[in-house]
Structures are given as C-alpha cells and as structure tokens.
Design a protein around this ligand. Structure first.
Ligand code: DC
Length: 223
C-alpha cells in the first residue's frame, strides 16, 4: 500500500505543436524540480500502435470502442517519467516513432473514444503522482492546459517557426509529416491544439533549452 500525501501535486502543463521542444523542456524541467514527467503524446502513440496492430481503422467507431475495451493499462516509472503500458507490453521510443505511427496517430487522436479513454487515464495520474510521493507533475501535450488540467498551476505554450521545427525533425532523422499532423491536431472537433488563454508563451526558435528551463524554474519558484 502506498501512503497518500494530502497535498495534491503541483501541475505544470506544456502544450504546443510537433517539434516545438515540448519533450526536451518537460524532461529537463521535471529533472530540475524532481517532478513526475508525463508525455501524453506517447499515450496517443501507444494506443495508435495497439489499434493499428489489430487492423482497426481510425474512422470505425465500433471497432475503436471494442479495441479500447480490451486494453488494460499499467503505469511504470522510468527515471522520472511515467510510462503507460497497454496489455503488459512496454514499447521503447523507437517503436513509437515509426513513420507508420507518425502518419496515423493524429487520425486516432481525433476519435472521441480514444480521447475519452486517455483523458480518464491522464487525470488519474495525479493520484499516481501522489502515491509515488511526487510534489508535482510536468505534463506535455496538445490539450493539457485547456482540457486535461484546466486548473494547472502553471501553463506553458511553446511555439517555433515551421522551418525550425522541420529542421529539428530532420536532425532527429525522423520521417514525420509535422505540417499534416499540426493541421489535423489544430482543427479536430474535440480538444484541438490551442494556446490556453492564461498560458505563458515561449518561442523556442529564439531561446536555448537552458534559457527556457531557467526561465520556467523561476516561474515555478514564484508560484
Ligand atoms: O507529442 P507527439 O508528437 O508525440 O504527439 C503525437 C500525436 O498525439 C499528436 O500528433 C497528436 C496527439 N496528441 C494529442 O492529440 N493530444 C495530446 N495531449 C498529445 C498528443
């Protein structure tokens, strides 16, 4: 049995489009603060992996619901990151960043049943963080400050010009149609990528990772 701390974790949301620096920033900030790091993009990717493996089409609502019904989820901790596993299968980063998943993930992420499934799971992570004695969580994604945790203590929105973002993915050696993903992610009906009104915005084309993390650490210190 885990001892439940009475104080709920401090929540920091980091939203933004693909390759705006969310993961590097979220990881580095979590490390500085010793907070739990949660990458919700990885959640959509692992769900996409399992649904693709079952041959399910993202537009087939019945098949999606039936597929999701068979998922059993477990959260593991690796370093400071909470990792979602489905049906006891751990997948490393390279398995979740294939061209096939890069191409399909936004289509699955626009389905109501997939979003509902992950919204419940993501909100449950505040209890997980408390049980594991984390004082806070840094949660990255597209709808964290708007939908998942609208009462987050600090909301951050990262952006960068498209040329910088495309160059970043090329440096990573990834085949990733970021413009198409961004278009789908920003225009979908449910929980589209938008900047929360009360977010602190940073253009990551203009600042180094160290500068961004220093600035954010300061903001957390003032909470
Ligand atoms: O952050 P990422 O590129 O790994 O995210 C993969 C996809 O998951 C992204 O194109 C859209 C979806 N996603 C989402 O819809 N909502 C989130 N909070 C996070 C990711």
């Amino acid at each position: 049995m885990h001892h439940i701390l009475s104080k709920p974790p401090t929540l920091i949301s980091i939203d933004g489009a693909a390759a705006t620096g969310k993961s590097s920033t979220a990881r580095a900030l979590a490390k500085e603060l010793k907070f739990l790091h949660v990458d919700t993009g990885a959640h959509f990717r692992i769900v996409c992996f399992h649904l693709l493996a079952k041959g399910i089409d993202p537009s087939d609502r019945m098949a999606l619901e039936a597929g999701l019904d068979k998922f059993s989820t477990v959260t593991e901790i690796e370093g400071l990151s909470a990792i979602l596993t489905i049906n006891e299968q751990s997948l490393d980063d390279s398995a979740l960043r294939t061209p096939e998943i890069n191409n399909a993930v936004s289509k699955f992420a626009s389905a109501a049943s997939v979003r509902d499934f992950l919204l419940n799971y993501q909100r449950s992570l505040t209890t997980f963080a408390q049980e594991h004695h984390f004082e806070g969580m840094v949660v990255e994604g597209r709808d964290i400050g708007t939908v998942v945790f609208p009462k987050a203590h600090l909301k951050i929105f990262l952006h960068a010009d498209e040329a910088t973002r495309i160059a970043r993915r090329e440096t990573d050696g990834q085949e990733d149609p970021i413009s198409q993903r961004d278009a789908l992610d920003s225009t979908r009906k449910i929980a589209p990528l938008t900047c929360p009104e009360d977010a602190f915005k940073i253009n990551t084309s203009l600042h180094s990772l160290e500068q961004v993390v220093t600035l954010l650490k300061e903001k957390v210190g003032n909470l």
